[in-house]
Design a protein around this ligand. Structure first.
Ligand code: ADP
Ligand code: ASP
Ligand code: MG
Length: 405
C-alpha cells in the first residue's frame, strides 16, 4: 500500500498565460512531486484564449452550433495541458498530458454547460503507478455520443474538484492570480481582506452571486463530497483560504463577503391586466424558450393594470424578450422594455440567520450614497439589490466599508 498523498492542483488561465508562466508552474509541480506526492494537475486555457476562441466563432455566426462550439472551446485547454507536460518533462520528470475524454470524464449531453456524470480515473491511477505527473485539460468531457462537451465558463475548477473526489485526493488546490478568497473582489476594493477559512455554503452563495474566483458548480460538488479546497496564489508560497465544512469553532459572521454581478438584464412588461393566470402565462412562455428568470417584481396600479419586471442572464435576453413581446400582444398589455445596464450587488453571510437589521443597513448605506435600488432579492444567507451598473464599484466600496471595514 502506498502512503503517498494524492493532491489535485488546478492552475487558472492567468497562471499559465505565457511560456514563462508555464515553465514556472512546471517547476512548482515538480518541487511538490519531489515531496513524495502523487500529483494530478488540471490546467485552464492560456490567458484569454477561451474568450478569443469564442470571438472567432461569433465572427462567423451569432448563434454558432453548440456541438462545434464545445469542440472549439475545449481546444484551449489542450494547448496548455500539452505545453505544461512538455515543460515538466524538460525538467527531467516524467509526465503525461490527457484531455478530459482521455481521463474518462463522462458528461450528460448538454453542450456548453454539461454536467459530469461519472469519472473513471483508471488512466490517472496507472500513470501514478508509473510515477508520472498527470496533466489534465480542464473544462471538458465526453457525452454518450462520443462528442466533446464543456462544463460552463470557469469549468476547470469543476474538473479539479470532481477529479479530486474521484481520486479520493487529500486536498484540491486551486492556484490563481490572487492569494485566496477575499471579503470582496480585491481588484475592485483595495481594503478587501483575505479569509483564512470559508464554509462551502458561504462560498457557494458568493460564487453564485458573482465572485468569479470559484465556479459555483465546483463548490456544489465539493460540498456534496466534503472535499476541502485550498485557494492560493500561483505567484507566491503564502497560505491561501480553505473552503471547508463548518466546524464548531467557526464563527457565524453576519456579513462575510460582498459581491457584484453584471451579467444580468431586466425586462419590464407595462400595463398588464391585473387578473389571475397572467404571471403563469408570461413565465411559462419565458421558461419555454430556455431563459432562466431570477428576480421578479410586480407593481400593481389602481386601474387594474400592473407592471411586471424580471431579470434574466444577458445571454438569454434576446429570446426572453421575444417571448415576452409575444405574450404582451396576446394580453393586450403595454410596452415591453429591457435594460442591460443593471448590476446586482449582494452581501453574504451565514450569521444573517441570527442577526437582525442587515437588510435595513444595506438599504440605508446605498441610500446615503445616492445609489437607487431597483429590485431586491433575499435568500437565507444573502441580500441582493439591483442597481444602475455605473454605480457598481461605488456600491461595493460603501457596502464593504459599512459591513466589513
Ligand atoms: P483563474 O484564471 O485562476 O481561474 P479567475 O479570473 O477565474 O482566475 O478568478 C480570479 C479572480 O477572481 C481574481 O483575479 C479576482 O479579481 C476575482 N474575484 C472576485 N471576487 C473575489 C473574491 N471574493 N476573492 C478573491 N478573488 C475574487
Ligand atoms: N477556460 C475556461 C474559461 O475561461 C475554463 C476555465 O478557465 O476554468 O471559462
Ligand atoms: Mg476561474
Amino acid at each position: 500500500m502506498s502512503t503517498k498523498q494524492i493532491i489535485v492542483k488546478k492552475f487558472g488561465g492567468s497562471s499559465v498565460a505565457n511560456i514563462d508562466r508555464v515553465k514556472a508552474v512546471a517547476k512548482r509541480i515538480v518541487d511538490s512531486k519531489k515531496r513524495n506526492n502523487n500529483i494530478a494537475v488540471v490546467v485552464s486555457a492560456m490567458g484569454d484564449t477561451t474568450d478569443e476562441l469564442e470571438e472567432l466563432a461569433f465572427n462567423i455566426s451569432k448563434t454558432p452550433p453548440d456541438r462545434e462550439m464545445d469542440m472549439l472551446m475545449a481546444s484551449g485547454e489542450q494547448i496548455s495541458a500539452s505545453l505544461l507536460a512538455m515543460a515538466v518533462k524538460a525538467l527531467g520528470h516524467d509526465s503525461i498530458a490527457l484531455t478530459g475524454p482521455q481521463v474518462g470524464i463522462k458528461t450528460d449531453g448538454s453542450h456548453t454547460k454539461a454536467k459530469i456524470e461519472r469519472i473513471s480515473a483508471k488512466r490517472i491511477r496507472d500513470a501514478f503507478n508509473a510515477n508520472k505527473i498527470v496533466i489534465v485539460a480542464g473544462y471538458q468531457g465526453l457525452n454518450d455520443n462520443q462528442d466533446i462537451t464543456t462544463l460552463g465558463r470557469g469549468g476547470s475548477d469543476l474538473t479539479a474538484v470532481a477529479l479530486a473526489v474521484a481520486l479520493k485526493a487529500n486536498v484540491c488546490e486551486i492556484y490563481t492570480d490572487v492569494e485566496g478568497i477575499y471579503t470582496t473582489d480585491p481588484r475592485k476594493v483595495k481594503t478587501a481582506k483575505k479569509l483564512k477559512k470559508i464554509t462551502f455554503e458561504e462560498m457557494l452563495e458568493m460564487a453564485s452571486l458573482g465572485a468569479q474566483v470559484m465556479q459555483a458548480r465546483s463548490i456544489e460538488v465539493a460540498k456534496k463530497f466534503n472535499m476541502p479546497i485550498h485557494v492560493r496564489s500561483s505567484y507566491s508560497k503564502a497560505e491561501g483560504t480553505m473552503i471547508m465544512r463548518r466546524n464548531t469553532k467557526m464563527e457565524e459572521i453576519a456579513v462575510q463577503g460582498v459581491t457584484s454581478n453584471k451579467s444580468e438584464a431586466k425586462i419590464t412588461i407595462n400595463a398588464v391586466p391585473d387578473k389571475a393566470g397572467i404571471a403563469a402565462q408570461l413565465f411559462n412562455a419565458v421558461s419555454k424558450v430556455g431563459a432562466n428568470v431570477d428576480i421578479i417584481v410586480q407593481n400593481v396600479s389602481h386601474k387594474k393594470l400592473s407592471d411586471i419586471s424580471f431579470t434574466v442572464p444577458k445571454t438569454d435576453l434576446t429570446k426572453a424578450l421575444k417571448a415576452t413581446q409575444t405574450v404582451a400582444k396576446k394580453l393586450k398589455a403595454g410596452e415591453v422594455t429591457s435594460d442591460k445596464n443593471i448590476a446586482r450587488v449582494s452581501v453574504v453571510g451565514s450569521g444573517m440567520r441570527s442577526h437582525q437589521g442587515i437588510a435595513a443597513r444595506m438599504f440605508e448605506t446605498l441610500a446615503k450614497n445616492k445609489i437607487n435600488i431597483d429590485m431586491i432579492s433575499t435568500s437565507e444567507i444573502s441580500i441582493s439589490c439591483i442597481i444602475n451598473q455605473k454605480q457598481t464599484e461605488k456600491a461595493m466600496q460603501v457596502l464593504h466599508r459599512a459591513f466589513i471595514g
